[in-house]
Design a protein around this ligand. Sequence first.
Ligand SMILES: [Zn+2]
Length: 233
Amino acid sequence: MQFLEKNTIKEKICDWLMIGMRSCIHCESFLVRKSLLCYFCESKLFSLSCSEGLYHHFEHQVSCFSLLSWERDQNIILNRLIPNLKGKRQRKAWSYFAKLIAYELSRQSPRTLGFSLNEELLIVPCPSRKKVNDHAFFLAQGLSEELKVPLVKTMEFGKFNSESKKMKRADRLAIQKLTLSKVESEKPLIHNKANITVLFVDDVITTGATLKAANLLHKEYKNFIAISLAFRR
Ligand SMILES: [Zn+2]
């Protein structure tokens, strides 16, 4: 028992020291929250970018819910927040935003959502092109914990062939195809797909090209819904 308490104190001291090292990414106040912003900047961000809780939109006929609507040049705080969140060691910040999204989802009626949080759901993160768990995965993981919904990596980006290795990085990434992962296609892990609603999670939805491909790969499922932190207009 005493050992546990000692560890908690240690953690608290570490947290406190970390706070001293970080400051609000917008105004540099030292009273920074898990969102990487101080209370005032966080409130301002939400009043500017998410006045109605969740932003509902359709991309390539997929129903999408985003916490923040991102119009470039119109929200300096969000312009700063997104690149900072994509930096290293931001797992805690992503799980904080996941909590907010889960809360907002739970406040909506199944009619508004087009699905119920009580039905059979599956959280699918947008895969990383670099084969490591990235921001979309951290957000998906946070949502999976909050909503008590299983997370399965059903997709992956295809491997480069010898031809594509000679190409420029940007061209190579552009042709890299999204496919179903071994988990989805080989192992019969997911039964009764027709009863499962897929919640596809990405950090930022921009053109929706990945979203479109992901939707096509999940045609056998009952429903396909996209969830993101931000939607860039
Ligand atoms: Zn601030």
